[in-house]
Design a protein around this ligand. Structure first.
Ligand SMILES: [Zn+2]
Ligand SMILES: [Zn+2]
Length: 260
């Protein structure tokens, strides 16, 4: 049995609260069957640290990108393409639109999203898309920029059933975070039941969004097993089936190999 945390921020974990260092976090993940992890970049300032972490551990991959709400250095297509030129970097992102966190004229955010999709086309590496309160614009830009030709994942999905269906129609995978375990997440549990088994990923998005039953404690990759357990319960299938499917889906999407 093997699990993959398809989206975490290892450079931002609350290590003192978890009570160990990064070696300990990775070991704890492996003790819980989480054998591979994708450490996701959210800005250019911390990208060297994200890349360094992925080079320290055989089972950690990384991405390059600037989060839609980050206010650091603005990326260009050429810069993203250059930075993505490393075997440990398997994706472009996280990118997308966030109309929940940012307000006002967000043309800059839409332009940043387009830049990432163009970099994904040039590198052939799939997209990690973050979207909040921006379903129509996210889909419109994905279509205009031909994101369906490169593919990727809608990370920490919290959208509607209709949004999920349209993302699936564009060939994207859907990743579920600890939010699916929250009490008030009934619509998301419907999404968790309808995603085809071969298009689903799981993620902690650690250090954010600790899943039930660990609410109030710091999040870290080992806890992705609780998300898989919850989805298995919802879909009335064995836990191992969700673990096997989400692991195979990760390797198919990102072109990676299982841990030896
Ligand atoms: Zn995100
Ligand atoms: Zn994230």
């Amino acid at each position: 049995m093997s699990l993959i945390d398809s989206h975490c921020h290892l450079d931002r974990l609350a290590l003192e609260k978890i009570g160990t260092d990064l070696d300990g976090v990775i070991a704890l993940a492996q003790e819980n069957g989480v054998n591979q992890l994708l450490c996701v970049s959210i800005n250019l300032e911390n990208f060297p640290e994200v890349l360094r972490i992925s080079h320290c551990y055989d089972n950690v991959f990384s991405s390059v990108g600037v989060h839609p709400s980050d206010d650091g250095k603005e990326p260009s297509v050429a810069l993203l393409v250059r930075l993505a030129n490393d075997p440990k970097i398997i994706a472009i992102g996280e990118t997308g639109l966030d109309y929940c966190y940012n307000k006002g004229d967000l043309e800059w955010q839409r332009e940043r999203f387009r830049v990432h999709i163009r970099a994904a086309h040039e590198t052939g590496k799939p997209l990690i898309i973050h979207t909040r309160d921006a379903e129509a614009d996210t889909l419109a830009i994905m279509r205009e920029e031909g994101a369906d030709k490169i593919g990727g994942v809608m990370h920490c999905f919290t959208g509607s059933l209709a949004m999920a269906q349209q993302c699936l129609d564009l060939g994207f995978y859907i990743s579920l975070s600890g939010i699916v375990t929250f009490k008030n997440a009934d619509e998301l549990r419907q999404v968790a039941k309808m995603i085809p088994e071969n298009r689903m990923l799981i993620e902690t998005d650690a250090p954010y969004l600790t899943p039930v039953p660990k609410r109030g404690k710091p999040n870290h990759p080992a806890l992705v097993k609780h998300i898989a357990e919850h989805i298995a319960e919802q879909r009335k299938v064995p836990f191992e089936q969700i673990a096997t499917a989400t692991t195979a889906n990760f390797h198919r999407l990102f072109g990676t190999m299982p841990a030896p």
